[in-house]
Design a protein around this ligand. Structure first.
Ligand SMILES: [Zn+2]
Length: 498
């Protein structure tokens, strides 16, 4: 499966005053996509003057550059404002390797568009969606008349775009496009769908396409437009999707201040919050500090006044963009190593899994971490699950409050007896939660009512009331559920950038 990096003309850093794009530094992609939405008249003239899109942006000739139709810019029109032949000429004259026919988003939805400085509300009703579906197919048919038997226009590969609003309509569209002779099919409009909907649509459409591929012995290529969510990548590989494009790995750098790190030993992709490490904004709050990175961006793009590489800093377009480039390099290395196929996603310690203490303790004289101090099947099992999923483990102790896995405590003898004990515990836990945070989620595993009350009250006091899950009220059997939830949370947290 190929990763297509969807770039915009503004995605560059300045090195010695020169606009430097990612491909000038590293080839962290299998191809590029420049949406027609970003090409105004001035840029188009400049590309023509330079000779082609590749010459203008100094993209190596052997890199495939794809264009979409810019359907997003006319989503509030009744019809796409461009004729098929005009769009085909645009691709050919500007030297694109591939493009799509004019298509129309046909998903019932509401949105605002600014026109002449005025904001206007638009709605695509279910009836509109049906009409748009028809128009999109009509334009596909008109385009197909200009194509040869290889589905190309003067050497430019042309994709038929399947649009729809549920798996069945996407399937209908795919069938029609295959009948028209398209050898390249793009699934569009799914960037707006939930992960569950994308999953269902992919299964339905790809099962049909895979049967078609083997029955007709044809190599039909399938591209997924604007979807590269990490949790979907294994399914996309399994269903033989040929390629996908996204800009999310770049944007994650400034939307959430993410700095990615590929742990080559475990295959995990870690997302670290760079805001917490910025010496301009904060003292280094986390220990250990950010790992070193040897990607071409960190190596070559430049360092700041005190020798810290740009990518590790927050704020400022140059810093954010260079960190975006770094994130793309790291993502691509992780992806090419096949690590996205592993059946886990990293939590990176941002999820806390806590359980309460036990009476039986080992006869240790020296201070020990909580997972070693207690003799309890529950504590040992919860610790193992948390470790496997890379969550942070902690024990709620009647004496010390919340004790994290890397802290040491000495044996003691204390239990919760009164309401006063609970109040004291709530204060200790909430202080520790704030001190060691921020957390994405808190999970409490255990059946003791007093401890659940104390933990939940502390979570609310620390501002995590709506990010707290309580499990294991009944039996240890819920350990499987704990692991399933942790895996899903990991997927969800990575998907958040998309
Ligand atoms: Zn790097």
């Amino acid at each position: 499966m190929r990763f297509i990096y969807a770039f915009t003309p503004r995605d560059y850093v300045l090195i010695n005053g020169e606009k430097t794009y990612l491909w000038n530094i590293a080839k962290a992609f299998d191809g590029l996509l420049l949406s027609r939405a970003y090409v105004n008249g001035k840029l188009e003239r400049a590309m023509k003057d330079a000779g082609s899109v590749k010459k203008y942006f100094k993209i190596p000739e052997n890199v495939e550059v794809v264009s979409d139709s810019g359907a997003f810019t006319w989503k509030h029109y009744d019809k796409p404002p461009i004729k098929p032949i005009e769009l085909l000429r645009y691709y050919h004259e500007n030297g694109f390797d591939a493009g799509v026919h004019p298509d129309h988003i046909c998903r019932p939805m509401k949105f605002t568009v600014s026109e002449n400085g005025e904001k206007k509300r638009y709605e695509i009703t279910p009836e509109d969606a049906k009409e748009r579906f028809r128009i999109s197919l009509e334009l596909a048919e008109e385009t197909a008349r200009f194509l040869d038997e290889n589905s190309t226009y003067k050497g430019v590969k042309i994709y038929g775009v399947a649009q729809g609003w549920n798996p069945e309509t996407y399937l209908d569209c795919v069938k029609e496009l295959l009948k028209m002779g398209y050898k390249y099919i793009a699934l569009g409009g799914l960037a707006l769908a939930t992960t569950a909907e994308v999953t269902r649509t992919l299964k339905v459409a790809m099962n049909y396409i895979n049967t078609y591929r083997s029955e007709h012995k044809e190599k039909i290529e399938i591209h997924l437009l604007g979807v590269g969510r990490p949790s979907l990548l294994p399914l996309m590989e399994e269903l033989k999707v040929s390629s996908f494009d996204t800009a999310a790995w770049l944007r994650s750098a400034w939307i959430r201040g993410v700095w990615l790190y590929h742990n080559r030993a475990t295959g995990q992709l870690l997302s670290l919050d760079v805001k917490l490490f910025d010496p301009h904004k904060h003292e280094y709050r986390r220990d250990p500090p950010l790992p070193r990175c040897d990607c071409p961006v960190c190596r070559d793009v430049g360092v700041d006044e005190d020798g810290v590489v740009w990518t590790r800093r927050y704020y400022g377009n140059q810093r954010n963009m260079s960190r975006g480039f770094h994130n793309l390099c790291v993502f691509y290395e992780w992806f090419k190593a096949g690590n996205h196929l592993k059946n886990f996603q990293p939590l990176n310690g941002r999820v806390l899994v806590a359980t309460h203490c036990a009476e039986k303790k080992r006869g240790v004289k020296e201070a020990a971490p909580p997972q070693e101090l207690y003799i309890s099947l529950r504590i040992r099992k919860v610790y193992e699950v948390a470790r496997r999923c890379r969550a942070t483990f902690a024990v709620v102790s009647a004496k010390y409050g919340l004790v994290l896995e890397d802290e040491r405590i000495t044996p003691y003898d204390q239990t919760i007896k009164s309401g006063h004990d609970i109040d004291r515990l709530v204060k200790l836990i909430s202080t520790k939660l704030m001190e060691k945070g921020p957390w994405d989620w808190l999970i409490y595993f255990g059946s003791s009512r007093k401890y659940i009350t104390a933990f939940f009250s502390a979570a609310v006091a620390a501002g995590y009331g709506d990010k707290t899950i309580v499990l294991g009220r009944n039996t240890l059997g819920e350990l499987d559920k704990l692991e399933r939830i942790l895996i899903r949370l990991g997927n969800h947290l990575l998907d958040e950038y998309f």
